[in-house]
Each structure stands twice: as structure tokens, then as C-alpha cells.
Design a protein around this ligand. Structure first.
Ligand SMILES: [Zn+2]
Ligand SMILES: [Zn+2]
Length: 139
């Protein structure tokens, strides 16, 4: 729990047990959607509603503690924002999300000279089939 508590240090947010539990879920899963967080925590916090999870996620996002992934054709997934910069591989079959480091300097170079737009960051999402799903379909 100490690590996830640290994440709230630079925010005005209180480290409530629910909030810490939500952060722990996201931290341990890597990438997780709202419903899964709710489902996983329903045993430990039987009185916590989906709306409460939603509200906490919204607040954590607002203060930059977590980041929402914009995966097309899928429910929003969330990850801890404070990480090494990385991009994502997404399996079109099972929906799993895999972190990948891509050197985007070529992209920044190409986008540097845009006249009417200043690029600050690029998030890359690559879609395909993960090895687990590939083995399943071929064997
Ligand atoms: Zn897969
Ligand atoms: Zn990630």
C-alpha cells in the first residue's frame, strides 16, 4: 500500500481506504477497466457502488495520478500515470494491453515543422494478435 500512497503525495487528495484500494488494483493489473476494478473490490468493500468507483477514477484522473487509455473499440482502461514513457500493443482477440517502449524521436522530428500545430506528446496504439491468442488459433 505504501507505493500507492506515495502517488497521492503531490495531490490534495485524501488517502481513503477505498481510493488506495482502487489505486492498488490499477497498479497490480497494469491496465484495467472500471467494471473490473469494481468487481475485484466488491468483496473487500461490499458497500462501495460502481458510482463511487467512477467518482474516484474521475478524481484520480483529474489530478494526473492515473491515465485513461484511448483504445478504440474497447472500454476505457486506466493505468498509473507516473511511469516510464511507453506505448501500447493491443490484442484484437482478447483485448489484452501490453506496454512497449518505442523511440518516437523520428515522429517528433517529422512533426516538428508543422506550421499550425505544436505537438507536445504522441501516444501510439498498435493493434494485432498476442502470442497467447496466436498459439490458440494456430494449434
Ligand atoms: Zn490476445
Ligand atoms: Zn501502459
Amino acid at each position: 500500500m505504501e507505493y500507492v500512497k506515495e502517488l497521492l503525495k503531490d495531490t490534495p487528495l485524501k488517502a481513503t481506504p477505498q481510493r488506495l484500494a482502487i489505486l492498488k488494483e490499477i497498479y497490480e493489473a497494469g491496465h484495467i477497466d472500471l467494471e473490473s476494478i469494481y468487481k475485484n473490490l466488491s468483496n473487500s468493500f461490499p458497500s462501495m457502488s460502481l458510482a463511487t468507483v467512477y467518482k474516484n477514477i474521475h478524481t484520480l484522473k483529474k489530478y494526473g495520478v492515473i491515465k485513461e487509455l484511448a483504445i478504440s473499440g474497447s472500454k476505457s482502461k486506466y493505468e498509473i500515470a507516473k511511469q516510464k514513457p511507453h506505448h501500447h500493443l493491443i490484442c484484437k482477440v482478447c483485448g489484452s494491453v501490453i506496454d512497449i517502449e518505442i523511440d518516437t524521436s523520428f515522429l517528433k522530428k517529422q512533426l516538428k515543422d508543422l506550421k499550425d500545430f505544436e505537438v507536445t506528446n504522441c501516444d501510439i496504439y498498435c493493434y494485432g494478435i498476442c502470442s497467447r491468442c496466436k498459439n490458440k488459433t494456430s494449434g
